[in-house]
Design a binder for this molecule. Structure first.
Ligand code: NAD
Length: 331
């Protein structure tokens, strides 16, 4: 199997190379993201291995198919960037459905605790020998209500973390899991009663911009919003307005709808031309991280192993247990 690996970072090479000798594959690592301009690099490769911000639209998929690629191995869980109608009957698409739900849930918790106790600002102050704590006032999480939207693998771990803090945990899921000991409610009640709201549902047509002006108006004044799921769940322009009016008290964003132009890259010598992102970065009560919630050693090891196992199963013509159905986009 010849694998073209796109959007490669040093940590990808490290974790894939560590176990590559257990498989009979050749990997060519490309730093470029996969898109219409770079897809020609994949010509002649059996497999392309891609990540969250690679482009898998019809034009790219058709070119991959014409170039002999038979498998798209996503080294991530989310697959909202794949055009399934285009891939149907042309290429198989596999993913890594779970690599460390703890990594993501713990990062969501880190954003919540940091924003509340303002340790991101305290760090900067004390480095400048400013020991004034004015403006760093937080609140006890204990006794507050955490609203978790989406109680799949990640959301349910965050529910347990919230309970560990002594929070009341309210949950909403389109498909509630009765086997979990959770207090499920409707979305409007969750919006109305939560002090912190964390998003853990997938980005679908029905969830696109679910956090918008209307839904934010249903929330408590000063609510904290955490998004480690997908940027498209939040209408960022409305979020900015809600932060300006103090409807939203703070926001922890590991994802951003237009992140693919910026996240994972160093722009410290450049000018940010995305005014929405720049405005979000300007607020002292908004904490943006660069899609790093998954970024733990355990998660990277699991991603490498499951991705290579997916490719091995394909090479051996075995059942693709992690294939995403090319018609409905679900597994
Ligand atoms: P999962 O499939 O285990 O859980 C998703 C849950 O959302 C399910 O319980 C499902 O029933 C529910 N759901 C589906 N449609 C819904 C709707 N309309 N409203 C409310 N709930 C709905 O997924 P997971 O592994 O917990 O991952 C959740 C999301 O986290 C993924 O979709 C992915 O986009 C994101 N993610 C982000 C990172 C990161 O590094 N930031 C890493 C991994 C995953």
């Amino acid at each position: 199997m010849k694998i073209a690996f796109f959007d490669t970072k040093p940590y990808d090479e490290r974790f894939f190379n560590e176990i590559l000798n257990e498989y009979n594959f050749k990997i060519k690592y490309f730093e470029n993201k996969l898109n219409e301009d770079t897809v020609s690099l994949a010509k002649g490769y059996d497999v392309v291995c891609v990540f969250v911000n690679d482009t898998l639209n019809k034009a790219v998929i058709d070119t991959l198919h014409d170039g002999g690629t038979e498998l798209i191995a996503m080294r991530c869980a989310g697959y909202n960037n794949v055009d399934f109608e285009a891939s149907h009957g042309k290429v198989h698409v596999v993913r890594v459905p779970a690599y460390s739900p703890y990594a993501v849930a713990e990062h969501a918790a880190a954003l919540m605790v940091t924003l509340n106790r303002k340790t991101h600002r305290a760090y900067n102050r004390t480095r400048e020998s400013n020991f004034n704590i004015n403006g760093l006032l937080g609140f006890d999480l204990h006794g507050k209500t955490l609203g978790v939207i989406g109680t799949g693998k990640i959301g349910q771990i965050l529910c347990n973390i919230g309970k560990g803090y002594g929070m009341r945990v309210l949950s909403y899921d389109k498909f509630p899991n009765k086997s979990l000991n959770l207090e499920y409610t409707d979305l409007d009640t969750l919006y109305k009663e939560s002090d912190v709201i964390s998003l853990h549902c997938p980005l679908l047509i029905e969830t696109h911009h679910m956090i918008n002006k209307e839904s934010m108006n249903k929330m408590k004044d000063g609510v904290m919003l955490i998004n480690t799921s997908r940027g498209g769940l939040v209408d960022a322009e409305s979020l900015i307005e809600a932060i300006k009016t103090r409807k939203i008290g703070s926001a922890g964003l590991d994802v951003y709808e237009e992140e693919s132009d910026y996240f994972f890259e160093d722009f410290s010598d450049e000018i940010i031309t995305d005014d929405i992102l720049a405005r979000l970065l300007s607020f002292n009560n908004v904490l943006v991280t660069s899609h790093q919630a998954f970024f733990t050693k355990e998660a990277l090891s699991n991603i490498a192993k499951t991705t290579l196992d997916n490719i091995k199963a394909f090479a051996r013509k075995e059942e693709l247990v992690n294939e995403i159905c090319s018609i409905c986009g679900k597994k």
